[in-house]
Design a protein around this ligand. Structure first.
Ligand code: PMT
Length: 223
């Protein structure tokens, strides 16, 4: 039986990209590989937590979790997140902010040789983590911030605007951090201040992050 620092705590975690369909054969997405989220899922399990992993489409073996929910779109990820947000919710997924306004039933055809341009109409996707933060009882809320500039000020803005308890900020302009690489460099941002962690593999970073989250979760649960 597990005796880790998060024994019995229910963690809901999102990972990977979302895919927003344009037609039966095309979609809009991003470069998230799921590596960061899957490493966290494993580290939470190792810390004794009951992990529910909501995953976008990735090419990774399933980690040892209590439940793996596979989704494609942001709307599907939202429904899965709200169905059971857990005691602690961690948003590591790179959710598409916009989706095509309409999904064509049939493959979209070229418009003919004389027309070179095509315009795509997009609509806003729901903000999954902000909606989970409005559920009651409110879980301890951990978000990521993926930024290419002004990392810490955007991260702090997300902390307040999305009503999060902790933001893990990664500077995705660095070649050794963020999307689709094996390493990451992050700074933790919460109401007490900022804490930069050393650059390292996503596997070892996940263990460090789970320790940091466990300490904060326990202090929060005592309130
Ligand atoms: O998957 P990897 O290749 O390992 O890469 C890891 C990662 C870079 C994807 C990961 O470390 C990361 O930063 N994930 C969040 C990426 C992101 O979309 O960040 P954001 O700054 O756009 O979003 C801020 C927070 O809001 C995130 O917790 C995100 O999950 C959440 N969000 C965003 C938009 C939306 N519609 N709903 C959300 O819940």
């Amino acid at each position: 039986l597990s005796t880790g620092p998060l024994t019995g705590v229910r963690v809901t975690l999102t990972a990977g990209p979302t895919r927003e369909a344009l037609d039966p054969v095309r979609y809009i997405s991003n470069h998230s590989s799921g590596k960061m989220g899957y490493a966290l899922a494993q580290a939470f399990t190792d810390a004794g937590a009951q992990v529910r992993l909501i995953s976008g489409p990735v090419n990774l073996p399933a980690p040892a979790v209590d439940a793996l929910v596979q989704v494609n779109s942001a709307q599907e990820m939202l429904a899965a997140a709200l169905a059971d947000p857990g005691d602690c919710f961690v948003g590591a997924a790179a959710v598409a902010d916009y989706r095509p306004a309409t999904v064509a039933d049939q493959k979209i055809k070229k418009q003919g040789d004389a027309i070179d341009d095509m315009t795509l109409a997009l609509v806003r996707n729901p903000d999954i983590i902000a909606q989970v933060a409005m559920s009651r009882p409110k879980p301890y809320m951990v978000g990521f911030a993926a930024e290419t500039q002004a990392l810490l000020s955007y991260a702090r803005d997300k902390l307040v605007r999305k009503k999060l308890d902790l933001v893990i900020a990664n500077d995705v302009s660095r070649p050794d951090a963020g999307f689709n690489v094996d390493t990451n460099t992050v700074t933790l941002v919460d109401q007490h201040g900022d804490k930069a962690l050393p650059s390292q593999s996503k596997t070892s970073l996940a263990r460090e992050l789970v320790n940091e989250i466990a300490q904060r979760y326990q202090a929060h649960a005592k309130k």
